[in-house]
Design a protein around this ligand. Structure first.
Ligand SMILES: Cc1cc2nc3c(=O)[nH]c(=O)nc-3n(C[C@H](O)[C@H](O)[C@H](O)COP(=O)(O)OP(=O)(O)OC[C@H]3O[C@@H](n4cnc5c(N)ncnc54)[C@H](O)[C@@H]3O)c2cc1C
Length: 366
């Protein structure tokens, strides 16, 4: 078999770059994917009750990048959707991220913007140097908020205390001094009409693209002639773990279907302090699917054993990745792309943007 480009992984990274090469350069591409489907972690499918399930957890598209929104709009229409998350604390459901309503509901207060600023100011713990995620929350919102909303959730999610995690893990969650209860503030937000898998199918419609599923690339790569390999799998696996394994937090997903129209108030409810799962997603609330008297929910149980989900952001693993990075930088005919090869949590919009940029700067220009 002979191809100019071989792509490992049919996630959003691999599919975006494949689409760009096929439709702009008219070159033949082979994608090798070890799972039984394309889409990687954004894969969704219909269950036996015809409810669209996001098999690897809830995925909400949001971006400020017009380029990315316009690009994906070539392959899907959008259902308008603004994500709202509630957190179950002290028998109340309070909005996340923290805004004025969160504080008012949690502490039975009636604060306005100024009142919330004063309240938080009094709660904040002075910390000289922010070294961990725990420090981030203590310094921004104080000990009680930390204990109620963050401490146990983080411990469940990462299997370790927030005190051991780099500040980047929790600094992704904004604190708001207003009544905006949306989870994301981005200009473009929505869900692909018909789902992510339908969008992905459309991206790789070209007959220039051949996809082999259920195959680890190492099993066949020696039999394929190619010029450039585009690798979107785990970087430690590519290098046969020569500097050791990189750790990922993974998730186990359990779905349950109920004979009722609705299960919960919003699409996602977090459970920081109760149960072993971290959150419950009700899919119909994400996708606006209208299916009477049935609804499917998903519980997420964090662990270390399943598919890699989140890079484990402790210094030990970030340092290890830097060792791999030195080797990556020396490669001539391999391009590394995506969350697994870069050992970095990246939202879908950045994944697409990176792939578009790599195509423009590294491939088209060649
Ligand atoms: C639980 C969860 C929720 C998320 N929610 C959101 C959200 O709401 N909004 C958002 O913007 N982003 C979200 N993300 C991030 C989003 O999933 C990623 O941005 C995106 O899926 C990354 O695409 P990728 O192609 O880089 O990686 P992947 O989707 O992981 O694709 C890589 C592919 O490579 C394949 N592969 C790996 N090794 C091999 C091998 N040896 N041989 C062949 N194939 C191989 C894998 O099977 C996989 O299909 C979420 C992530 C998680 C984990």
């Amino acid at each position: 078999m002979k191809y100019k480009y071989v792509i490992v992984g049919a996630g959003l990274s691999g599919l975006t770059i494949a689409e760009q090469i096929a439709n702009n350069l008219n070159e033949k591409i082979l994608i090798i994917e070890k799972r039984s489907h394309i889409g990687g972690n954004v894969y969704d499918s219909y269950n036996e009750d015809n409810i669209l399930i996001q098999n690897y957890g809830p995925h909400i598209f949001h971006t400020n990048e017009k380029q990315v929104y316009d690009y994906l709009s070539n392959f899907t229409k959008w259902i308008p959707y603004e994500h709202r998350v509630l957190s179950s604390v002290d028998n109340k459901l309070v909005p996340m991220p923290i805004c004025i309503d969160t504080i008012n509901q949690l502490y039975n207060l009636d604060l306005d913007e100024v009142g919330m600023k004063d309240w938080i100011e009094k709660e904040k713990v002075p910390i000289k140097e922010i070294k961990s995620s725990e420090d981030v929350v203590l310094a921004n919102a104080g000990e009680d908020i930390y204990n109620k909303l963050f401490k146990n959730y983080t411990e469940k999610q990462w299997g370790t205390s927030a005190a051991n995690l780099s500040p980047s893990v929790i600094s992704r969650i904004p604190f708001r001094f207003n009544h905006d209860t949306r989870y994301f503030e981005d200009k473009y937000q929505g869900m692909p009409k018909g789902g992510y898998t339908a969008m992905c199918d459309k991206m790789v419609e070209s007959d220039k693209i051949k996809i082999i599923l259920n195959t680890d690339y190492k099993d066949i790569i020696d039999d394929i002639e190619y010029e450039t390999l585009i690798y979107t799998g785990p970087i430690d696996y590519y290098y046969d773990y020569k500097y050791g394994k990189l750790l990922y937090r993974s998730l186990r997903f359990e779905t349950e279907t109920y004979d009722q129209d609705s299960y919960q108030e919003v699409a996602v409810i977090n459970y920081p302090n109760d149960y072993d799962f971290t959150r419950i997603t009700e899919f119909k609330k994400l996708t606006s699917q209208e299916i009477p008297n049935k609804t499917t929910i998903m519980k997420e149980y964090p662990g270390f054993d399943d598919e890699p989900c989140y890079p484990y952001p402790t210094q030990e693993y970030l340092d290890k990745f830097e060792e791999y990075k030195k080797d990556m930088d020396k490669e001539n005919n391999t391009i590394f792309l995506g969350r697994l090869a870069q050992y970095k949590y990246l939202n879908m919009d950045l994944i697409v943007k990176n792939a578009l940029d790599i195509f423009q700067n590294k491939i088209k220009g060649d």
